[in-house]
Design a protein. Structure first.
Length: 305
């Protein structure tokens, strides 16, 4: 029974890997100026790893694009630079701070302020600046109901906006990347993966990760239903309880909205076991998704990820 389960897992991951590599190669073939969105989170790391396998021994045929809010975890930034150097990839960075300084967006105020929503303008400006016609993202259908509506090739209009009613059918793995001038695509090679698939693939491929994904002691504050790590941008407010807890992060993003979970999972095996028994969704720790029932879909329609 154990051998059968292991064989199924290997074949399942191999099928997902093959599908993702096929989509990465299709993207390189159909588009003139694609880019891979890279945040230093586990999904974008897996994407970059798959891209390296897809085009080995050549270098990646597209740059990595990081939309930097300026409020990222220091550990994520250190990992990003180290991993990009290992890949010998071309890294492009769009700074939310530049969008603020140029008056393109207005920074939120107050204790619940976050730059996460401001990323949309910075991303669209980066696409326009570099004339990217496709951006590869690590979104998965199991993450959130808005993402469950996505195609592999997600069409965006000339304003960068997403309309779920205007997406194209994808029958027999035939992907339609045709577009008019000014339009572009988001491409999601990991659409059919689950959080468990990602972790099992990371283990099988021995992919290094930022240490934020593993249990560690950190000072946290409870805010808006999430446990946020205290920092220069997450300052405890009067009446908020601050404590040191053993936690890890299931997702990695802007520090102002990325919540931690209590966890003793210090290695991949224990993380996989924890994910198998989790009752909360992966993005259930993200306070930005709790601003409204349609928070993710609203951001996607505006041009987000």
């Amino acid at each position: 029974m154990e051998e059968e389960r292991h064989s199924y897992q290997v074949n399942h991951l191999a099928q997902l890997e093959s599908e993702a590599i096929f989509i990465l190669r299709e993207t390189a073939a159909q588009f003139e100026r694609p880019a891979l969105l890279f945040s230093g989170g586990k999904d974008s790391i897996v994407m970059a790893h798959l891209a390296r396998k897809a085009f080995h021994p050549a270098k990646l045929p597209f740059p990595l694009l990081h939309v930097d809010t300026g409020h990222n975890f220091p550990e994520t930034m250190e990992y990003r630079d180290r991993y990009v150097a290992e890949l010998k990839a071309d890294l492009k960075v769009g700074l939310v701070q530049d969008s603020i300084d140029q008056g393109r967006v207005q920074e939120e105020k107050g204790p619940l302020a976050s730059r996460n929503a401001l990323q949309t303008v910075t991303l669209l400006d980066s696409i326009e600046e570099h004339q990217y016609d496709a951006c590869l993202g690590g979104g998965r259908r199991d993450e959130e109901k808005a993402r469950a509506k996505e195609r592999f090739f997600s069409h965006r209009d000339d304003f960068g906006q997403w309309d779920p009613k205007k997406q194209r059918p994808e029958l027999w793995n035939i992907f339609n990347g045709r577009k008019h001038h000014g339009e572009n695509f988001r491409v999601f090679p990991l659409s059919n993966w689950t959080e468990m698939d990602v972790w099992q693939y990371i283990k099988a491929e021995e992919i290094p990760l930022p240490n934020l994904y593993f249990s560690h002691d950190r000072e946290i504050v409870h805010r808006n239903g999430a446990m946020l790590a205290t920092s220069d941008v997450v300052v405890p407010q009067p009446g908020e309880k601050v404590e040191t807890r053993t936690v890890r992060f299931r997702t990695i993003g802007d520090m102002t909205c990325t919540g931690a979970v209590d966890s003793d999972a210090s290695d991949l095996d224990s993380i996989i076991q924890e994910v198998a028994t989790a009752r909360q969704t992966e993005r259930g720790t993200r306070s930005d998704d709790k601003r409204s029932e349609t928070a993710m879909e609203d951001r996607k329609k505006e041009g987000y990820f």
